[in-house]
Design a protein around this ligand. Structure first.
Ligand code: FPP
Length: 239
Protein backbone atom coordinates (compact mmCIF):
# COMPACT_ATOMS: atom_id res chain seq x y z
CA UNK A 1 0.00 0.00 0.00
CA UNK A 2 1.14 3.56 -0.64
CA UNK A 3 2.41 4.85 2.67
CA UNK A 4 0.99 8.40 2.44
CA UNK A 5 -2.55 7.08 2.34
CA UNK A 6 -4.84 6.40 5.28
CA UNK A 7 -5.40 2.82 6.30
CA UNK A 8 -9.15 2.65 5.71
CA UNK A 9 -11.49 -0.26 6.35
CA UNK A 10 -14.28 -0.66 3.77
CA UNK A 11 -17.09 -3.15 4.25
CA UNK A 12 -19.33 -4.10 1.34
CA UNK A 13 -22.73 -5.78 1.39
CA UNK A 14 -22.65 -7.15 -2.15
CA UNK A 15 -26.38 -7.18 -2.81
CA UNK A 16 -28.33 -7.54 -6.04
CA UNK A 17 -26.93 -10.68 -7.69
CA UNK A 18 -30.35 -12.34 -7.85
CA UNK A 19 -32.11 -9.32 -9.36
CA UNK A 20 -29.23 -8.82 -11.80
CA UNK A 21 -29.78 -12.38 -13.08
CA UNK A 22 -33.59 -12.22 -13.09
CA UNK A 23 -33.51 -8.99 -15.12
CA UNK A 24 -31.54 -10.90 -17.77
CA UNK A 25 -33.77 -13.97 -17.73
CA UNK A 26 -30.99 -15.98 -16.07
CA UNK A 27 -31.15 -18.29 -13.05
CA UNK A 28 -30.08 -16.68 -9.76
CA UNK A 29 -26.93 -18.79 -9.67
CA UNK A 30 -25.66 -16.94 -12.74
CA UNK A 31 -26.04 -13.72 -10.78
CA UNK A 32 -23.85 -15.10 -8.01
CA UNK A 33 -21.26 -16.17 -10.60
CA UNK A 34 -21.28 -12.63 -12.02
CA UNK A 35 -21.01 -11.37 -8.44
CA UNK A 36 -17.85 -13.37 -7.90
CA UNK A 37 -16.37 -11.93 -11.12
CA UNK A 38 -17.08 -8.40 -9.88
CA UNK A 39 -14.88 -8.92 -6.80
CA UNK A 40 -11.41 -9.02 -8.38
CA UNK A 41 -11.42 -5.50 -9.95
CA UNK A 42 -12.56 -4.02 -6.64
CA UNK A 43 -9.90 -5.91 -4.66
CA UNK A 44 -7.25 -4.70 -7.11
CA UNK A 45 -8.44 -1.08 -6.97
CA UNK A 46 -8.87 -0.90 -3.18
CA UNK A 47 -5.24 -0.27 -2.07
CA UNK A 48 -4.94 2.72 -4.43
CA UNK A 49 -7.76 4.37 -2.47
CA UNK A 50 -5.99 3.95 0.85
CA UNK A 51 -8.08 0.92 1.78
CA UNK A 52 -6.00 -1.40 3.95
CA UNK A 53 -8.83 -3.70 5.06
CA UNK A 54 -11.72 -4.80 2.85
CA UNK A 55 -14.50 -6.95 4.31
CA UNK A 56 -16.93 -8.51 1.84
CA UNK A 57 -20.25 -10.01 2.95
CA UNK A 58 -20.44 -13.22 0.89
CA UNK A 59 -22.78 -15.43 2.95
CA UNK A 60 -24.75 -14.42 6.01
CA UNK A 61 -25.80 -16.91 8.65
CA UNK A 62 -29.40 -16.17 7.62
CA UNK A 63 -28.63 -17.15 4.01
CA UNK A 64 -29.02 -20.79 5.12
CA UNK A 65 -32.75 -20.07 4.77
CA UNK A 66 -32.41 -19.93 0.99
CA UNK A 67 -33.28 -22.97 -1.15
CA UNK A 68 -30.83 -25.84 -0.80
CA UNK A 69 -29.68 -25.58 -4.42
CA UNK A 70 -28.83 -21.87 -4.06
CA UNK A 71 -26.95 -22.53 -0.82
CA UNK A 72 -25.04 -25.40 -2.45
CA UNK A 73 -24.21 -23.10 -5.37
CA UNK A 74 -22.82 -20.42 -3.03
CA UNK A 75 -20.71 -23.02 -1.17
CA UNK A 76 -19.32 -24.26 -4.50
CA UNK A 77 -18.58 -20.69 -5.61
CA UNK A 78 -16.69 -19.99 -2.40
CA UNK A 79 -14.68 -23.16 -2.90
CA UNK A 80 -13.91 -22.21 -6.50
CA UNK A 81 -13.08 -18.64 -5.50
CA UNK A 82 -10.47 -19.73 -2.94
CA UNK A 83 -9.04 -22.30 -5.34
CA UNK A 84 -8.75 -19.74 -8.15
CA UNK A 85 -7.47 -16.74 -6.21
CA UNK A 86 -5.26 -17.92 -3.36
CA UNK A 87 -1.95 -18.11 -5.21
CA UNK A 88 -2.58 -14.73 -6.90
CA UNK A 89 -3.34 -13.21 -3.48
CA UNK A 90 -0.08 -14.61 -2.10
CA UNK A 91 1.83 -13.06 -5.05
CA UNK A 92 0.04 -9.71 -4.74
CA UNK A 93 0.57 -9.30 -0.99
CA UNK A 94 -3.10 -9.80 -0.18
CA UNK A 95 -3.78 -11.44 3.16
CA UNK A 96 -7.04 -13.38 3.09
CA UNK A 97 -9.13 -14.12 6.17
CA UNK A 98 -12.55 -15.63 6.40
CA UNK A 99 -14.69 -14.40 9.29
CA UNK A 100 -17.71 -16.36 10.43
CA UNK A 101 -18.58 -19.84 11.62
CA UNK A 102 -16.58 -22.81 10.39
CA UNK A 103 -18.64 -25.60 11.91
CA UNK A 104 -21.50 -25.70 9.39
CA UNK A 105 -19.80 -25.19 6.03
CA UNK A 106 -18.41 -28.69 5.65
CA UNK A 107 -14.90 -29.98 6.37
CA UNK A 108 -13.63 -29.60 2.81
CA UNK A 109 -14.41 -25.89 2.57
CA UNK A 110 -13.16 -25.34 6.13
CA UNK A 111 -9.83 -26.99 5.19
CA UNK A 112 -9.57 -24.91 2.02
CA UNK A 113 -10.16 -21.71 4.00
CA UNK A 114 -7.47 -22.65 6.54
CA UNK A 115 -5.04 -23.37 3.67
CA UNK A 116 -5.79 -20.07 1.89
CA UNK A 117 -5.35 -18.15 5.12
CA UNK A 118 -2.03 -19.86 5.84
CA UNK A 119 -0.71 -19.32 2.28
CA UNK A 120 -1.55 -15.60 2.31
CA UNK A 121 -0.75 -14.86 5.96
CA UNK A 122 2.27 -12.67 5.14
CA UNK A 123 0.37 -10.27 2.83
CA UNK A 124 0.89 -6.61 3.73
CA UNK A 125 -0.77 -4.75 0.85
CA UNK A 126 -4.40 -5.47 1.68
CA UNK A 127 -6.25 -7.48 4.32
CA UNK A 128 -9.16 -9.04 2.46
CA UNK A 129 -11.76 -10.46 4.83
CA UNK A 130 -14.59 -12.56 3.47
CA UNK A 131 -17.57 -12.79 5.81
CA UNK A 132 -18.97 -16.28 5.29
CA UNK A 133 -21.63 -17.92 7.49
CA UNK A 134 -21.28 -14.60 9.27
CA UNK A 135 -23.62 -12.95 11.77
CA UNK A 136 -22.58 -9.82 13.65
CA UNK A 137 -24.97 -10.66 16.49
CA UNK A 138 -23.47 -14.11 16.75
CA UNK A 139 -19.98 -12.54 16.95
CA UNK A 140 -21.14 -10.20 19.73
CA UNK A 141 -22.64 -13.09 21.66
CA UNK A 142 -19.52 -15.21 21.20
CA UNK A 143 -17.38 -12.32 22.49
CA UNK A 144 -19.64 -11.85 25.50
CA UNK A 145 -19.40 -15.56 26.29
CA UNK A 146 -15.61 -15.60 25.94
CA UNK A 147 -15.01 -12.41 27.86
CA UNK A 148 -14.79 -12.39 31.63
CA UNK A 149 -13.34 -10.27 34.39
CA UNK A 150 -12.44 -6.63 33.74
CA UNK A 151 -13.17 -6.37 30.05
CA UNK A 152 -11.83 -3.34 28.20
CA UNK A 153 -13.39 -2.01 25.01
CA UNK A 154 -10.22 -2.92 23.09
CA UNK A 155 -10.21 -6.49 24.40
CA UNK A 156 -13.90 -6.89 23.61
CA UNK A 157 -13.35 -5.56 20.06
CA UNK A 158 -10.62 -8.15 19.57
CA UNK A 159 -13.07 -10.90 20.55
CA UNK A 160 -15.88 -9.52 18.36
CA UNK A 161 -13.77 -9.11 15.25
CA UNK A 162 -12.00 -12.42 15.81
CA UNK A 163 -8.85 -11.06 14.19
CA UNK A 164 -8.43 -7.57 15.65
CA UNK A 165 -9.58 -5.84 12.43
CA UNK A 166 -10.04 -2.09 12.89
CA UNK A 167 -13.35 -0.22 13.06
CA UNK A 168 -15.10 0.28 9.77
CA UNK A 169 -14.58 3.63 8.02
CA UNK A 170 -17.03 3.06 5.17
CA UNK A 171 -19.95 0.68 4.83
CA UNK A 172 -21.25 0.28 1.29
CA UNK A 173 -24.33 -1.64 0.20
CA UNK A 174 -25.15 -2.23 -3.45
CA UNK A 175 -28.54 -3.31 -4.81
CA UNK A 176 -30.69 -0.42 -3.56
CA UNK A 177 -31.73 -1.72 -0.13
CA UNK A 178 -30.88 0.38 2.90
CA UNK A 179 -30.18 -1.92 5.81
CA UNK A 180 -27.24 -3.50 7.60
CA UNK A 181 -28.43 -7.13 7.56
CA UNK A 182 -26.40 -8.22 10.60
CA UNK A 183 -23.06 -7.13 9.07
CA UNK A 184 -20.25 -5.69 11.27
CA UNK A 185 -22.60 -4.05 13.78
CA UNK A 186 -19.93 -3.32 16.39
CA UNK A 187 -17.34 -2.23 13.82
CA UNK A 188 -19.80 0.19 12.13
CA UNK A 189 -20.24 2.46 15.17
CA UNK A 190 -18.79 5.45 13.27
CA UNK A 191 -18.77 4.14 9.72
CA UNK A 192 -19.84 6.42 6.89
CA UNK A 193 -22.76 4.76 5.12
CA UNK A 194 -23.13 4.52 1.34
CA UNK A 195 -26.07 2.98 -0.50
CA UNK A 196 -26.16 2.59 -4.25
CA UNK A 197 -28.84 1.23 -6.56
CA UNK A 198 -26.15 -0.43 -8.65
CA UNK A 199 -26.48 -4.24 -8.55
CA UNK A 200 -23.27 -5.88 -7.26
CA UNK A 201 -22.32 -7.60 -10.56
CA UNK A 202 -22.34 -4.15 -12.23
CA UNK A 203 -20.33 -2.41 -9.50
CA UNK A 204 -17.00 -1.30 -11.01
CA UNK A 205 -13.77 0.36 -9.91
CA UNK A 206 -15.18 3.64 -11.33
CA UNK A 207 -18.12 3.30 -8.91
CA UNK A 208 -15.68 2.66 -6.07
CA UNK A 209 -13.75 5.80 -7.04
CA UNK A 210 -17.04 7.76 -6.82
CA UNK A 211 -17.73 6.42 -3.33
CA UNK A 212 -14.22 7.29 -2.20
CA UNK A 213 -14.56 10.84 -3.60
CA UNK A 214 -17.75 11.32 -1.60
CA UNK A 215 -16.08 9.81 1.48
CA UNK A 216 -13.27 12.38 1.22
CA UNK A 217 -15.89 15.16 1.36
CA UNK A 218 -17.64 13.79 4.45
CA UNK A 219 -16.76 15.31 7.78
CA UNK A 220 -16.12 12.68 10.43
CA UNK A 221 -16.56 13.92 13.96
CA UNK A 222 -16.82 10.71 15.99
CA UNK A 223 -19.28 12.42 18.31
CA UNK A 224 -17.00 15.43 18.83
CA UNK A 225 -16.96 18.79 17.10
CA UNK A 226 -15.41 19.75 13.81
CA UNK A 227 -12.64 22.29 13.25
CA UNK A 228 -10.74 24.24 15.93
CA UNK A 229 -13.38 23.44 18.57
CA UNK A 230 -12.61 19.73 18.25
CA UNK A 231 -11.13 17.98 21.26
CA UNK A 232 -7.40 17.37 21.34
CA UNK A 233 -6.51 13.80 20.37
CA UNK A 234 -5.68 13.10 24.00
CA UNK A 235 -9.30 13.70 24.92
CA UNK A 236 -10.72 11.16 22.48
CA UNK A 237 -12.13 8.02 23.99
CA UNK A 238 -9.50 5.53 25.05
CA UNK A 239 -10.50 2.07 23.92
C1 FPP B 1 -26.77 -10.93 -2.54
O1 FPP B 1 -27.45 -11.14 -3.71
C2 FPP B 1 -25.60 -11.72 -2.58
C3 FPP B 1 -25.20 -12.61 -1.66
C4 FPP B 1 -25.96 -13.75 -1.12
C5 FPP B 1 -23.88 -12.39 -1.11
C6 FPP B 1 -22.83 -12.05 -2.16
C7 FPP B 1 -22.34 -13.22 -2.86
C8 FPP B 1 -21.51 -13.16 -3.91
C9 FPP B 1 -20.94 -11.92 -4.49
C10 FPP B 1 -21.14 -14.43 -4.55
C11 FPP B 1 -20.42 -15.33 -3.63
C12 FPP B 1 -19.09 -14.77 -3.23
C13 FPP B 1 -18.05 -15.55 -2.95
C14 FPP B 1 -16.75 -14.95 -2.55
C15 FPP B 1 -18.15 -17.00 -3.05
P1 FPP B 1 -28.96 -11.56 -3.57
O2 FPP B 1 -29.06 -12.99 -3.98
O3 FPP B 1 -29.48 -11.25 -2.22
O4 FPP B 1 -29.59 -10.61 -4.64
P2 FPP B 1 -31.08 -10.12 -4.68
O5 FPP B 1 -31.30 -9.26 -3.47
O6 FPP B 1 -31.13 -9.35 -5.95
O7 FPP B 1 -31.94 -11.37 -4.70
Amino acid sequence: MQSNLPNLHLGIIMDGNGRWATARGLPRGKGHEAGVSAIRPIVEAAPDHGIGTLTLYAFSSDNWRRPETEVAGLMALMQGYLGDETSAFARQGIRLSVVGRRDRIGPKLARLIARSEAETAKGQRLHLRIAFDYSARERLLAAAREGHGAMTERAFARLVTGDGAPDLDLLLRTGGEKRLSDFLLWESAYAELFFTGRMWPDFSPADLAGVMREFSRRQRRFGGLAGPAAAAPGLTRAA
